[in-house]
Every structure is written in C-alpha cells, then in structure tokens.
Design a protein around this ligand. Structure first.
Ligand SMILES: C[S@@+](CC[C@H](N)C(=O)[O-])C[C@H]1O[C@@H](n2cnc3c(N)ncnc32)[C@H](O)[C@@H]1O
Length: 291
C-alpha cells in the first residue's frame, strides 16, 4: 500500500519537475479537491482509494502541463471569497488584495452610504470583496469581456445571500468610453480598477499567465498604460469632489513615468500617492478628485 505521504511526495516531485512554482501546495490542493477535505487534512487520510488516486493523478498531469491550479479546481481565493474562475476570465491575484484592503479601509473611514465603481471587474473580485465588507455601499462593476462578465454574474449569484440586497450591479461596457455610467456622474465616492497594464511586448514567462489569462486582461498597449489613460477622464467625471481613485499597476509603473505620472497629468486630481504591498513592491496608486 502506498501511503498518502508517499503519494503526495511523488505528485509534488512531478509538479516540481514541470517547473510549477509551488509544487507541494498545488499537489495538496488537487488532492484536497478530489477528496473533498481541506488541504491540511489530506495528510490525515490514511489511505487514498484507487479511484480517487487516479483522479488526483489526472489533475496532477493537467497541472504539469502548466494549466493554472485555479482553472483545474474551478475557483480562486480572493480576500475571504472563493471566486469561480476558468477559461475566459483573469484569475484574481493575491497582489490585488492590498488594493481591496485599501479600498475597504478608506470606505469604512467615511460616512455611509457610499457608491463605488470597479472598472475592469473581471470575475468581480474587487466589487464583491468591497460589497461583502462595507455596509451601505453600492458597487457597479464594469467589464468589456462577455465571458469574464459571465463569471462575475455567477460569482455575484454565489455571494448574493451574504451581500446587502442589490448592492452590486454588473455592466457590460468599455471602461474607457466617454459616456460610461453617465447617470452616476459626480456621485461616486471611489473608483477602483485593476486594468490590463502589461506592455504588449512584455509577454509573461509563466505559461499559466501567458497561455491561460485572456490577453484582454493582461496587455495595455505599447507601454501598458493605454487603458489606464482611458479610465482617467471617466473617473474624473464619475467622482464627486473629495472622491478617491485607486488603480493597480505593475511594480515598475509606480513612478512619474508610470501610473502616478498619468494621473498627475490631470489637473482634476491631487494627493497622488503610490502604495507598496507587504513585499515592498509598488502595487497601486491613489489620488483624490477635486470634483
Ligand atoms: C487584470 S484583469 C483584472 C480583473 C479583476 N479586476 C481582478 O482584479 O481580478 C483586467 C480586466 O479588464 C478587462 N478589460 C480590459 N479592457 C477593458 C475595457 N476597455 N473596459 C472594461 N474592461 C476591460 C479584462 O477583460 C479583464 O477582465
């Protein structure tokens, strides 16, 4: 009989050999998904039945081709939500959790009710994380890709019971269009966005990203900042005086040549500030609207 530890070791070795960055974590997560237990409990399963062993081995083989773990198990953790993801939608990243935490903290420090727009909402990650944590908030998530929006709709359905009634609205639209959400002009307290920001020629090395995240979610033109430039005038119009814009960007886009520079070029924003994540990397920039 092969022990659970031996099996985990061999699956981990297979994933390590394939170049997977977190082989032990992923082997455990795949086993946990099949066994319907938490990742820490996998080790406590005395003997994995033959059928389940085969199923786990098949998932490990898929992961060894560098198909993203989240596509294989069908979900990704974001803040305290488990969001449905798969082909056609960007997998939410832990990096974006610092933007989510900033947005939630900022909203909680101000009087309710408040209105938020999440431009480029993808799976709905930021919109749903904000709505789940901030009382008396209305969030509109805007997404151009119909397939991504489909995931956002399903995620909204998943968490609807935990949210205040109708606190999240999803809209299929171009976040850079001049008349976006014109009914809300001047009423919005916070615009958050994790737009595509990778320069077109900077194709990511990890196959999980390059081959599986939708190109529309990754690439933002020659310098990566095309969508960012497009959402600045939209945010100026939507935000009320004193409202906040907070935009995620790459770690090398946190200076005057990057997103802070793009925002500072607008006379409608002041207090432009770039923020670092827990590893010290520039992750997002905030700015206050003069209205
Ligand atoms: C980096 S992903 C972020 C998704 C989500 N906000 C998150 O943090 O997981 C960028 C998203 O922007 C969407 N997108 C790209 N261009 C857009 C545009 N002009 N208008 C609206 N959405 C756009 C993509 O389809 C993708 O879902």
């Amino acid at each position: 009989m092969t022990s659970t530890s031996d099996l985990l070791r061999s699956w981990t070795a297979r994933l390590r050999h394939a170049g997977v960055a977190s082989p032990e974590h992923d082997a455990r997560a795949l086993a946990a998904a099949v066994l319907a237990v938490g990742p820490v409990e996998v080790q406590l399963v005395a003997k994995i039945p033959a059928d389940e062993r085969k199923q786990i081995a098949a998932l490990v083989s898929r992961r060894a081709t560098r198909e993203p773990l989240q596509h294989i198990i069908g979900s990704a953790a974001f803040v305290d939500l488990e969001l449905e993801v798969g082909p056609g939608v960007f997998v939410p990243r832990p990096e974006t959790e610092s933007l989510a935490a900033y947005a939630v903290e900022w909203l909680l420090s101000r009087p309710a009710p408040q209105q938020v727009v999440d431009l480029c909402t993808g799976s709905g990650a930021l919109a749903l994380a904000i709505a789940a944590r901030v009382p008396d908030v209305q969030v509109v998530g805007v997404e151009l890709s119909p397939s991504a929006l489909e995931y956002a709709r399903r995620n909204l359905g998943r968490f609807r019971s935990q949210l205040q009634a109708e606190s999240v609205e999803l809209v299929e639209a171009d976040a850079t269009s001049a008349d976006l959400l014109s009914r809300l002009s001047g009423d919005i307290d916070l615009v958050v966005s994790n737009p595509p920001y990778i320069p077109d020629r900077a194709v990511p090395r990890d196959p999980e990203v390059a081959n599986y995240d939708p190109p529309m979610a990754l690439y933002g033109g020659i310098d990566g900042l095309e969508v960012v430039r497009g959402i600045i005038p939209v945010s100026e119009r939507l935000l009320r005086s004193g409202g906040m814009l907070a935009v995620e960007h790459g770690e090398l886009q946190g200076d005057a040549a990057g997103v802070p520079g793009v925002i500072a070029a607008s006379s409608r924003f002041h207090s432009v500030e770039s923020h670092r994540d827990l590893t010290g990397r520039c992750r997002f920039t905030s700015a206050v609207c003069r209205g």
